[in-house]
Design a protein around this ligand. Structure first.
Ligand SMILES: Cc1cc2nc3c(=O)[nH]c(=O)nc-3n(C[C@H](O)[C@H](O)[C@H](O)COP(=O)(O)OP(=O)(O)OC[C@H]3O[C@@H](n4cnc5c(N)ncnc54)[C@H](O)[C@@H]3O)c2cc1C
Length: 311
């Protein structure tokens, strides 16, 4: 069956929600990617479950998308079904925040602070959704989102709605067991604090200013391309991949409109009309330069959506 097939069974309640032939460049922050055959936003756990059933029956490539801020989409598009997690419930309960995983993560940080809850301000300015942040254990400035998770509602790869705690998540550096298992994150409960709101606001402002100074402000990108290196000794600090890339001369590299960002050697920017193929050539050159100079194999942090004909 193809995703264009009129026999593709989609539940009635989703019929007026999905869209066909959606350009992935509109759904990813790198602004690259051809059309996805079918994209369906899911706003409730039940909608997610229904759509996942359709995905399973269709036996077509499937992908879960949040804010698209950590994804490289194929130039030739995605010949399958994309579930866009758009669950958006939000509730403060004591010192905890219950939130839909489709919510914009940074908006949620603002909401937490406005509700008197502190803790998440370290992550101010990370683009994407709460779900994307949790499933990749997003982090910066010495903290990771996994530190705050109490429990989450997930749709397992086999179609069950389950509540899971941090131990099932298997949080580690920019990864979780849940992502590897293909589970969909729908809602999460985060334990926050009632700390000094003025201090938290200052942390937020400082981090946002730091990001504006170091990250591309007006050029599309997908954040850091490669993972930082494991610490040399247990408990030590990770070595920044950007440091090795800079020493290996990456800042001078470009392929067409895909270029290494001038202020940060681990960020690839789209200067206008970059293609996935150009990005691919560029990141291979970056990897090769670091391997030749330091004998280190950099591992990608950005997730690659498979294209037509991918295994
Ligand atoms: C300018 C910029 C700065 C950034 N800074 C940081 C940073 O400081 N720290 C950091 O860690 N990251 C950073 N990132 C990377 C990115 O923003 C984070 O990884 C973000 O949390 C990804 O969320 P998303 O919703 O965009 O996920 P997407 O890009 O849509 O998806 C990423 C992966 O998560 C999966 N996924 C998404 N939502 C769900 C869900 N609900 N359930 C199951 N799987 C899901 C997708 O299938 C995919 O494998 C930055 C990116 C940019 C562009």
């Amino acid at each position: 069956m193809s995703a264009d097939d009129p026999n593709l069974h989609l539940p009635n309640e989703l019929r007026d929600k999905f869209q066909r032939n959606v350009p992935l460049c509109d759904l990813t922050t790198l602004r690259i990617g051809g059309p996805a055959t079918l994209v369906c936003p899911v706003r409730t756990p039940e909608e997610a479950q229904r759509f996942q059933e359709s995905m399973a029956q269709a036996d077509l490539p499937a992908w879960i998308l949040g804010g698209g801020s950590n994804v490289l989409a194929p130039d030739a598009g995605f010949p399958g079904l994309i579930m866009r997690v758009a669950t958006d419930r939000r509730q403060v309960r004591g010192d905890t925040l219950v939130a839909g995983c489709g919510l914009d993560f940074d908006d949620l940080i603002v909401h937490a602070l406005e509700s008197g809850l502190t803790g998440l301000e370290f992550a101010s300015g990370i683009p994407g959704t709460l779900g994307g942040a949790l499933v990749g254990n997003a982090g910066c400035y010495g903290h990771e989102i996994g530190e705050f998770l109490v429990e989450a509602l997930v749709l397992t790869a086999t179609g069950r709605l389950e509540r899971v705690g941090p131990e099932e998540f298997g949080f580690r550096y920019r990864a979780t067991d849940l992502r590897e298992a293909g589970h969909v994150l729908l809602e999460a409960t985060l334990r926050l604090g009632r700390g000094d709101l003025d201090a938290a606001g200052r942390v937020r402002d400082d981090h946002l200013a730091d990001r504006r100074a170091k990250h591309p402000v007006d050029l599309p990108c997908a954040g850091s391309w490669f993972r930082n290196l494991p610490p040399a000794e247990p408990g030590g600090r990770r070595r920044a991949a950007g440091e090795l890339l800079e020493k290996a001369g990456a800042k001078a590299m470009s392929e067409g409109d895909a270029a290494v960002f001038a202020k940060h050697a681990n960020i690839v920017v789209n200067r206008g009309a970059a293609t996935g193929a150009q990005v691919d050539r560029l990141v291979r050159r970056m990897q090769t330069a670091v391997r030749e100079q330091f004998g280190v194999d950099l591992v990608e942090e950005v997730r690659r959506m498979p294209g037509p004909g991918s295994a």
